[in-house]
Design a protein around this ligand. Structure first.
Ligand code: GUN
Ligand code: ZN
Length: 431
């Protein structure tokens, strides 16, 4: 067995701080994280754990930093790297003007491979160790992505976009080809090592009922895969869905009528939901990805986290790159805090940490393998740097307690605050 250890300040969540208060997290000022064959062997006070280690065990020291579980991004588009920060439009126009032209380039496997490499390195630089990722309509986009993830030993979920209408012809598949291509990808990649497949109908407006029906059939045939789509992001989009699916009660009902809700279903945004939709999300145990940078950048609206809590709907954080303008979950937490401030709701720093780690893992139904430092979980973790910038360093010296420090790192931090990223106990990024 290969054993190593990491000594420093350690913080992780055991539960949702909303429900469990101080019991929901553990902090060790002089902590030790023991990694055994890529998994967590133990996590606790250094003085308690050091004596149990063999003298030969390598101990990595992480002074002036904070060891956290790796961040989890529950909604992002890897083919949209090249259009991040594109000026001037809201959702429907943004798709036509920027997203669709960029995605049409992924017919070329070399473009897909080069972008997947860039994208995954960018995630690691930002401390993101797991993500739920959109490919394009081209199956080769998903092959390229999973090959790049395999080379880095990352836990990643991805899927081929299903889209058979209201998009450029070159980006459209059919109900039959989308079913066959998705099924072949599931057989090739799902549960291979750390990889998982997500059935990925883009959103209701770009799929016919026949195609959504095939998506539901795929889920029935492969119940351990994820479903990944968009829901109720933009007011015009919601109105359009009403016109396209007059037989459905509301936007969520489009997905429900095609058998696409469940505990492995993740819907991005969920900004303009009715109480009926909130209730059905809860009853079906479906999950939402809260994407504040995107919701602000493309002007979609303010996600109501308080309502999600009232209805007990599980929520993760998503960057939604390229609709979102940052890969950083720290920046995402910063904007999440402000979006909740505008609705007179205080998002506590420990709750934000939960959403970015164990909460994200729970929204992906992966809480058994990632999200915190419980013994046996996969050892994906990061080290935040209290010296990241002169301002952070200055501000941190004025903090009186851990929660103040955590909040300062969340509000002032970005990729520069990620000192190291470790994947299954191996260092994969260092600044
Ligand atoms: N809705 C449908 N497609 C997309 C997309 O690519 N990005 C965002 N933000 N919303 C969408
Ligand atoms: Zn999106």
């Amino acid at each position: 067995m290969t054993v190593s250890a990491h000594r420093g300040e350690i913080l992780h969540c055991l539960d949702d701080p909303r429900d469990h208060g101080e019991q929901a997290w553990q902090y060790f000022e002089d902590g030790l994280l023991i990694v055994e064959d890529g998994h967590i062997g133990a996590c606790g006070e250094a003085r308690r754990l050091l004596s149990g280690l063999a003298d030969s065990t390598e101990i990595h020291q992480h002074a002036n930093g904070l060891i956290l579980p790796g961040f989890i991004d529950t909604h992002i588009h890897y083919p949209q790297c090249e259009i991040i920060a594109a000026y001037g439009t809201q959702l429907i126009d943004w798709l036509q003007r920027y997203a669709f032209p960029a995605e049409s380039k992924f017919e070329d496997p070399n473009t897909a491979a080069a972008t997947a490499d860039f994208f995954l390195d960018e995630l690691l630089r930002n401390g993101t160790t797991t993500a739920l990722v959109f490919g394009t309509v081209h199956p080769q986009s998903v092959d390229a992505f999973f090959e790049a993830a395999t080379r880095r030993n990352l836990r990643m979920i991805c899927g081929k976009v299903m889209m058979d209408r209201n998009a450029p012809e070159v980006l459209c598949d059919t109900p039959q080809t989308s079913y066959a291509d998705s099924k072949a990808l599931i057989n090739r990649w799902h549960e291979k090592g750390r990889l998982g497949y997500a059935i990925t109908p883009r959103f209701a407006p770009t799929s016919s009922s026949a195609q959504l029906h095939m998506a539901g059939r795929l889920l029935k045939e492969h119940p351990t895969v994820h479903v990944h789509s968009h829901l109720s992001e933009n007011k015009k989009e919601c109105q359009w869905v009403g016109e396209l699916f007059p037989q459905c009660k509301d936007y969520l009902d489009v997905y429900e009528q095609h058998g696409l809700l469940g505990r492995r279903s993740v819907f991005a945004h969920g900004i303009h939901l009715s109480d009926r939709e909130w209730r059905r999300l809860q009853e079906s145990e479906s999950n939402l990805a809260f994407c504040p940078t995107s919701n602000l950048f493309i002007g979609s609206g303010l996600f109501n986290l308080n309502k999600a809590d009232d209805y007990n709907v599980k929520v993760g954080l998503g960057t939604d790159v390229g609709g979102g303008d940052s890969f950083s979950l720290l920046r995402t937490i910063n904007e999440a805090y402000k979006v909740q401030q505008l609705q007179a709701y205080n998002l506590a720093p420990i709750r934000s940490l939960f959403l970015a780690t164990l909460g994200g893992a729970t929204a992906l139904d992966l809480q058994g393998v990632i999200g915190n430092f419980e013994t046996g979980k996969e050892a994906d973790f990061i080290v935040l740097d209290y010296y990241a910038t002169p301002l952070i360093n200055f501000r941190i010296t004025k903090c009186k307690n851990l929660m103040e420090k955590l909040f300062v790192m969340q509000m002032l931090g970005d990729d520069r605050a990620i000192r190291e990223t470790w994947i299954m106990g191996q260092k994969k990024f260092a600044r």
